[in-house]
Design a protein around this ligand. Sequence first.
Ligand code: FES
Length: 160
Amino acid sequence: MVLTPDELALFDYGLSLEENPRSACVAAMKFIQDRRGWVDDEAMAWLAKKLDMNLSDLESVATFYSLVFRKPVGKHVILMCDSVSCWIMGCESVGDHLRRRLGIDLGQTTPDRRFTWLTIPCLGACDMAPAMMVDEILCGPLTPELIDKILDACEEADSS
Ligand code: FES
């Protein structure tokens, strides 16, 4: 079962407010992700039926939106911008610091499943370049010191 009966009732209510169920496809995938951490194949097939969509069309939407996770992610998701402004302002060197600090490469999750590091196109925060989003919070301009502070805060929050 993709959703519990309570979750399904809430999902169906949300869907009933839509004139065209397909227009809710991003919100529907986020609904699952908010409860399961990511959207697996079973959930995608279920959603496609529910939204009266072709599965490959739904997959295309999921691929387009960087914030829909089709693989398991860590507790904290770090989305580092690698677009022009952030690149000019040194995202590569702060990325090197993140790589050293976490011991993983882009696209990977730490062995303790605490952090996942992904890239994202422009976050719309070019004035904060180089910028990243951690758990949907915008952070920048990034320095090695700021990255350490952010990761320390995540680790502290996890242990309290
Ligand atoms: S280029 Fe990085 S936030 Fe815009």
